[in-house]
Design a protein around this ligand. Structure first.
Ligand code: F6P
Length: 363
């Protein structure tokens, strides 16, 4: 059978275990030898005990767990060619020519570079007699399939990344809890949510908790935002509301590109409205804990589709990323999605806010 390896890379997210489980089980079902690569790309570079064969039962009892049981890392070594050469050697030694990478756009870009360099790296290993002619012939092509695991929902090409739904559940639980104490004291709360350069968690978190105001990086507020914020909060209080909720994405900025921090917002509220105001930073609570039903199912579906994509791949196929389109699991060319994701970042850098929002699209 074919050799498949699976690794998780970058920030963890809920549902990664469901995805790993599906890769292992569908792979074994189809007669493949499936391997775990532990600790992300670092495990690929280091080899040894980090690369172990998976069995059907080795993925029992993990679907309900948050995080990733095979470990994850942000790895510097794999960004260097010697690191990738070492990774290739470790794969060829085990007859692995199919790689599933579960991670964000950086991790998936790394996978694509690896795939492009693969034939050259194998030639180098052959010249150094670290692999045989037979291995060079047999394992000459590396198939890659990516899956997007990230709570941020920041990848163009998929409606939802694995982990986003669970993070939203966590955010909703937290805001609901805050609302009850805010009500008692007639307070205003500013909640900072994750999402780096993506406002999805803030926007949907705000919508689902009746927040009064939301700050996101893709569509920064107009310069008179302090006035508009205070007007809005004032109106709600006059209408009888006992509390206010403001949600700020950790990467929120103004139209100059300067950060709009929770502290800055608090200052505006306190100076102008003299409201009793508190800040809560949700932080890694959003990334931890058990995955939602949606993320478990998403992980299962994406994992199964990734294995199918690898089984059907030919030398001509591009590296794929599996994604969710409506209710459909589909395969897309990995690099086209990475390029589009980078175009969003570029539009934001160039302060082309309309373009950034438009490019972000459904994700
Ligand atoms: O990309 C996922 C994410 O949780 C972001 O929302 C956040 O900015 C970042 O990772 C935090 O990274 P770390 O866990 O390394 O502190």
């Amino acid at each position: 059978g074919k050799g498949i390896a699976v690794l998780t890379s970058g920030g963890d997210s809920q549902g990664m275990n469901a995805a790993t489980r599906a890769v292992v089980r569908v792979g074994i079902y189809l007669g493949c030898k499936v391997y775990f690569i532990k600790e992300g790309y670092q495990g690929l570079v280091d080899g040894g005990d980090n690369i172990v064969e998976a069995s059907w039962s080795s993925v029992s009892g993990i679907i309900h767990k948050g995080g990733t049981v095979i470990g994850s890392a942000r790895c510097k070594d794999f960004t260097t060619r010697p690191g990738r050469i070492s990774g290739a050697q470790n794969l060829v030694d085990r007859g692995i020519t199919n790689l599933v990478v579960i991670g964000g756009d950086g991790s998936l870009t790394g996978a694509n570079i690896f795939r492009q360099e693969w034939p050259g790296i194998l030639d180098e290993l052959l010249a150094q007699k670290k692999i045989t002619e037979e291995q060079r012939g047999k394992y000459g092509h590396l198939n890659i399939c990516g899956m997007v695991g990230s709570i941020d929902n920041d990848f163009c090409g998929t409606d939802m990344t694995i982990g986003t739904d669970s993070a939203l559940h966590r955010i909703i639980d937290c805001v609901d809890a805050i609302v009850s104490t805010a009500y008692s004291h007639q307070r205003t709360f500013i909640l900072e949510v994750m999402g780096r350069h993506c406002g999805y968690l803030a926007i949907v978190g705000g919508l689902t908790t009746e927040a009064d105001f939301v700050f996101i990086p893709e569509n920064p507020p107009l310069p008179d935002w302090p006035q508009r914020l205070c007007d809005k909060l004032g109106q709600e209080r006059e209408a009888g509301q006992r509390l206010n909720i403001i949600i700020v994405a950790e990467g929120a900025i103004d139209r100059n590109g300067d950060p709009i921090s929770a502290e800055k917002i608090k200052q505006v509220v306190v100076d102008n409205l003299h409201q009793d105001t508190r800040i809560t930073v949700l932080g890694h609570v959003q990334r931890g804990g058990s995955p939602s039903a949606f993320d478990r199912v998403l992980g299962c579906r994406m994992g199964a589709e990734a294995v199918m994509a690898l089984m059907e791949a030919t030398v001509e196929s591009p590296a794929y990323v599996v994604s969710l389109d409506g209710n459909q699991a589909i395969r897309l060319p990995l690099m086209a999605c990475v390029e589009k994701t980078k175009a969003v970042a570029k539009a934001m850098e160039e302060k082309q806010w309309d373009l950034a929002v438009q490019l972000r699209g459904r994700s």
